[in-house]
Ligand binder design. Sequence first.
Ligand SMILES: [Zn+2]
Ligand SMILES: [Zn+2]
Length: 398
Amino acid sequence: MFALKKILALPLLWIAISMYSCGPKVPDQNWQKGNLHTHSFWSDGDDFPEMIIQWYKDHDYQFIALSDHNTIASGEFWYELKSRDIENKALEKYQKRFGSWVESKNEAGKTLVRLKPFEEYKAKLEDPGLFSIIRSEEVTSSFENKPVHINVTNIQQKIEPFRAQSVLEIMQKTIDAVLEQRNRLNIPMFAHINHPNFGYGISTEDMKNLNGERFFELYNGHPAVNNSGNEDHIAIELMWDLINIHYYQEGKPLLLGIATDDSHSYHQQSPKLSNTGRGWVMVNSKSLLASDLISAMEKGDFYASSGVQLKKVLYDKEKLYIEVDPEEGGDYEIIFMGYQKETDQVIELKRVKGTKGVYQFQEEDIFVRANIHSNLIMDPLSTEPEMQKAWTQPLIVN
Ligand SMILES: [Zn+2]
Ligand SMILES: [Zn+2]
């Protein structure tokens, strides 16, 4: 088992050894900003795919995945405008932005608009080398009253939601179906477990028992997902650490943390709605091909953010170095967290105020990660202000 852990740790460390050990001439990291969890009229979002994609393009994202519930946005779908959409002027805004591209008709007093399928909206809005559109599905199931939602990034063929005898069984069947499709088509894709604390559907124990799962949502911008837990349920970040202690002990690759918007509402801004721009990933990749982004993410070469941007995340055999890309008025704290030998929890190892921090690995460290906190508020509209953060991925260091 020891050998296996070493093998899993190596690619992560290897990436940056050369970058960090060559002194100040560190090559730039190529951070690509993306959101992997978004909804449109194809399921329960309140706007057209192109309008949503255009928002992300206009706000300096480099990739997006629309992940509608139980669909991969294929085939013919004439969407019937609802009164909510008429109030939102969704069609007028769409026509204003996309003109004759829009296909609509009136039938029996109803307005129907043809939703462009994935291939069409991708061809229209993708900019090779600048902006990438990745196919996704939020495979949406439940067990009793517990929601079980799993996103599949770069899915090619729709996966039907599973029904089974437990939350764990539904999750494992979904992950197995993703791995089967990936192997059969020889196209990289991955499952990520969504918002475990939504309806408190997915427990730490469920997550510990999974096989083949590499990613989950450490942060989700939807107001109903309980990222911080409650008196009876732990916060997602603590869940992450407990799962990874277990995965490490079992010789499984560590679980990596993603931040997403899970956006549904595009016409009104409110902390009570799931809006755009709250959670994203920054992937270190020169290329925007889905296969390259996935490969970088699988190596752990990305961080999750709810506002804090980083310039550098570098590491070698001895140390982890973090450098913040500061915003005006921002004060930052870099908090190194770690799991050490002979312990059963992740603890704070070192805290640095400012925009640069380095942590020298200790003999007793097993895995180390960093949280970066800002004094800037994430959502100025929020009545309960949440501070902007970033999270780097755990590195196995010994
Ligand atoms: Zn969901
Ligand atoms: Zn969702």
